[in-house]
Design a protein around this ligand. Structure first.
Ligand SMILES: [Zn+2]
Ligand SMILES: [Zn+2]
Length: 249
């Protein structure tokens, strides 16, 4: 399974060379390419080649993941998989779309995919995607405070988690009318990996601490917490890896 990170920046004003474009991932295996998320701030390169991809999947309607929330766009012709929540929230729609349902597996070619609801936004409910390829099973969860279903179920059989780098150790948890929303800290996500035996973690959707702070220093701290139990890397725009159950550090 090939992973190409077209963007790794979260919903922040700050940007740098490594994290310029909104988080977006292309998964490629057996000549099949799926793009997950395409936000307002995407590279021209991604936009130009988007019609060579076989499918697009959307996690939620925040504009850093789904450009149609605020912009009409008919350029993209591939089938866009999204939840009803995402479709109803946004002002515009992709040309070709297919509504998917959380917890119900579906196939795109040989990929078996399940969307799971995650706690993240009250207005814009989000999902993460579990994707089963030939030899590995990964989860893409760029915006996540927590899973809704038990993690034993969501993380079962997963060997790589690609997840939210909005904050390293500053709490981004908010509460309204008793409901939580926001983002989990990287520290917490590493602990999920330890607890649920996920060996590999790639951080994307980078927030202020990584983008305008000292990424190297944060990465050192991350490795300390990961304690050689979890392999962790911080993705950057344009990063491509051949993933086969182990990420190379
Ligand atoms: Zn986001
Ligand atoms: Zn979001």
């Amino acid at each position: 399974m090939k992973l190409f990170f077209a963007g790794t920046r979260g919903e922040i004003e700050e940007e740098n060379k490594r994290h310029k474009y909104h988080s977006s991932l292309i998964i490629n295996e057996k000549k099949l390419s799926i793009l997950i998320d395409i936000g307002i701030k995407h590279s021209e390169d991604l936009y130009n080649k988007v019609n060579q991809l076989d499918a697009v999947m959307i996690t939620h309607a925040h504009p850093d993941h789904y450009l149609w929330t605020i912009k009409a766009d008919d350029h993209l012709k591939a089938l866009v998989y999204l939840t009803e929540n995402t479709l109803l929230y946004s002002k515009y729609k992709p040309k070709n779309y297919k509504v998917i349902f959380p917890d119900k597996p579906f196939f795109i070619g040989h990929f078996e995919i399940t969307a799971y609801d995650v706690i993240h936004s009250l207005r814009c409910p989000a999902v993460c995607y579990k994707i089963k390829g030939e030899n590995s099973q990964i989860i893409y969860a760029p915006d996540i405070l927590d899973t809704v279903s038990p993690k034993e179920l969501v993380f079962k059989g997963v060997d790589l988690l690609v997840a939210d780098g909005s904050s390293y150790n500053v709490s981004l948890v908010r509460k309204r009318d008793g409901n939580l929303f926001g983002h989990a800290m990287i520290k917490t996500i590493i602990n999920w990996c330890k607890k649920y035996y996920i060996k590999n973690l790639i951080i994307t959707h980078c927030g202020k601490q990584i983008v305008s702070g000292n990424e190297e220093e944060i990465y050192k701290n991350i490795l300390e917490i990961a304690d050689n139990i979890v392999n962790v890397i911080i993705a950057y725009d344009g990063m491509e890896i051949n993933y086969d159950k182990t990420i190379v550090l």
